[in-house]
Design a protein around this ligand. Structure first.
Ligand code: ADP
Length: 461
């Protein structure tokens, strides 16, 4: 009898209907297949518990949470996950916050979650682990003798070998991934970096069937580019908004940036690129306003506190230099907006500026394309540092560090003839359709089911 699906992710919808692309997709997959979804509880506990807490609900699958104390949250989540692994994987080793207690807290939480899982998992179950919060999980499960299939999908970039060596725990980092049966990454470039890193490792070995061996562990690594629920987006885009979501002057074109307030998103570089465009712009050509919508994020992590100040100063300077009595070139809004407002904004924009320095995939790029009017679409300017650039080759691909390159692409996007906009949009829409998030989930789960069981692997070694 086939086992059940167990999904582990940091966030889990505990109240109300699920929202957000990934959460909705996991919800639907579990509703279809049945199973159990485990995530972190939203309230802190006084003492860590050794059992999952069931979450009551009407769904066709079960939900449970593991709790965290405030100290664990500080060390495991804010510390190791978001102040070590996040900068590491986004090529910002200069921002690594090395504190021994972070790594200890991270290992301890993962070991505790693994102990709880080991009590409930059956040999035929498939455990699908999401993201950098749980890298040690499979290794901990194997230590407890769990032989079920365990897969990891890493939503963020896989780091280069040179960056991994900046980590005190670099050797463990290799062992953590190797203990999974299947490692899913966003792009072929991520897969290449992963294989390269294991090739360079003294104990790493490439097997003839393409799998990777490290000491006694064998794992498969493959790309599974994530997507969006494109149909829902296109449907919302077709519905006219109840009110004009943004009062942009009729003679100003809209350039849109939508990103979490994160240093990996390259927002200061983007502002400088826009400034280059403004400096070169023909004064007779139509004005363009850059609307940057940015929900705050991880505010208690130090590296995040400086970005707001930097962006306020930069936008103030650019507006002072180029603004006119009736025109503000940059509108910088630090808040989250509902999807019903975001989608019409995507559709109104002449240019979508998606210029992260490094990004696992970047779903905003796909959402922007899905929301366009195919008869009169806006132009996507996309960083080559985004995973999405591997697939979305019909966007205007830019180097986000090069302000002149970004400035040129803005100019090109604003003046692109209708025919070219249509043909580029049609090609990009094909990519969005081919990477629908529901198919993505099914592909990963099926691939995990198809890998050889770990017990069989061990005999081969
Ligand atoms: P990341 O996961 O690093 O934040 P992605 O681009 O992959 O980057 O996903 C971001 C998600 O957050 C998208 O679904 C996008 O619609 C949403 N989002 C980004 N900015 C805002 C905002 N200001 N308000 C509401 N949602 C936002």
């Amino acid at each position: 009898m086939p086992g059940r699906l167990i999904v582990l992710s940091n966030r889990i919808p505990t109240e109300g209907p699920p929202s957000g692309g990934l959460v909705v997709a996991l919800h639907e997959l579990l509703a279809e297949r049945g199973g159990l979804w485990i995530g972190a509880a939203s309230d802190f506990a006084d003492e860590p518990s050794e059992t999952f807490q069931p979450v009551a609900g009407e769904e066709r699958y079960e939900k449970a949470t593991f709790d965290l104390t405030e100290d664990e949250h500080a060390d495991y989540y804010l510390g190791y996950a978001n102040s070590v692994l996040w900068p590491l994987c986004h090529h910002r080793t200069d921002l690594l916050a090395m504190e021994r207690r972070y790594a200890d807290g991270y290992r301890a939480v993962n070991a505790r979650v693994a102990r709880m899982l080991a009590q409930i998992v059956g040999p035929e179950d498939r455990i699908w682990v999401h993201d950098y919060h749980f890298l040690p999980l499979a290794l901990e499960l194997r230590r407890l003798g769990v032989a079920a299939r365990v897969g990891m999908f890493l939503h963020i970039p896989f780091p280069a070998a040179a960056d991994i060596s900046a980590l005190t725990e670099s050797d463990e980092f290799y062992q953590w991934f190797a203990a999974f049966d299947l490692v899913g990454l966003q792009t072929e470039a991520d897969v290449a970096r992963c294989l390269d890193a294991y090739r360079r490792h003294p104990s790493g070995e490439m097997l003839l069937d393409g799998r990777v061996k490290l000491d006694g562990s064998i794992f498969k690594v493959r790309s599974f580019p994530i997507g969006i629920d494109g149909k829902t987006f296109a449907d919302i885009a077709k519905t006219p908004p109840a009110h004009d979501p943004v009062h942009i002057r009729a003679d100003a074109r809209l350039i849109l940036g939508v990103d979490r307030l994160d240093y990996s998103k390259g927002i200061p570089h983007r502002f400088r690129g826009f400034s280059t465009y403004l400096a070169r712009r023909d004064p007779c050509s139509p004005r363009a306003t850059l609307l940057q919508i940015t929900p705050p994020s991880r505010e208690s992590v130090m590296a995040y506190q400086e970005i707001t100040r930097e962006l306020e100063a930069l936008s103030g300077r650019i507006n002072g230099q180029y603004g006119e009595i009736d025109w503000t070139p940059i509108r910088f809004v630090v808040r989250s907006v509902p999807r019903e407002t975001l989608v019409p904004l995507y559709r109104m924009a002449s240019v979508g500026l998606v210029t992260p320095l490094a990004d696992g995939m970047n779903l905003v790029a796909k959402e922007f394309v899905a929301a366009q009017d195919p008869d009169d679409p806006g132009v996507l300017v996309l960083s080559r540092g985004a995973g999405a650039a591997e697939q979305m080759t019909d966007a205007l691909i830019v180097n986000p560090y090069d302000a002149e390159d970004v400035g040129d692409a803005i100019e090109k996007g604003l003046t692109m003839p209708l025919e070219e906009r249509r043909s580029r949009h049609a090609a990009l829409m094909e990519v969005v359709r081919n990477t629908d998030i529901f198919e993505w989930g099914n592909r990963f789960i099926d691939a995990l089911g198809a890998v050889k069981k770990p017990a069989a692997q061990m005999r081969e070694t």
